[in-house]
Design a protein around this ligand. Sequence first.
Ligand SMILES: *Cc1c(COP(=O)(O)O)cnc(C)c1O
Length: 221
Amino acid sequence: MSRIGDTIRRLHSTLPEGVELVAVSKFHPAEAIREAYDAGQRIFGESRVTELCDKTAVLPDDIRWHFIGHLQTNKVKHLIGKCSLIESVDSTRLLELIDTLSERAGVVTRVLMQLHVAAEETKFGFSPDELVDWFANGGYRSLKATHICGLMSMATNTDDRQRIAADFAVTAETRRRILSAAPDLTGFDTLSMGMSDDYDLAIAEGSTMIRIGTSIFGDRV
Ligand SMILES: *Cc1c(COP(=O)(O)O)cnc(C)c1O
């Protein structure tokens, strides 16, 4: 019996409809991913480009890989055509590069804009006001081969559940503000928020995509 498989099956049977599960497999070996895959999981999240590419080479083709880490511009080219979703676009420069390389490769890349809502200074992402302004100014209209599917955020690293819920509420509110600032925007539906310790709070605030690592695979080595 596989403990990883059991957790995947339990999550699949308990998550509300409309909430997708990203199994965050960073730092875990291909065999662990295979156990989750055999239990029916198809979306996996990785935070390092080399690790993602190594894993795509040895695992089934119908896995949908999400990139969730900070993406350096010099590594973008390795992800084009390989990722089902880049969740961590944290600058317009990165977005423009993804668009240029996707157009050149003849593919459309799906992305999420990463929102900074946590108290920590170290987390990457746009501030809510900055991102609303960018959409209001029509920045997305010049994209040729990139589809912005929504927002990704991480809550403050704290035991204060109210603070965490408030961070997720800001993310959901920012999506609504963007939609009213940019009414012609389409397919901007995804709210990727919630990890092992806080996904219940994220779902309560409207998450449509949770990213779970430790609860599925155990501690990262
Ligand atoms: C590592 C990571 C996760 C998974 O966190 P867990 O606490 O292990 O569930 C989710 N999102 C991002 C962006 C991560 O880097």
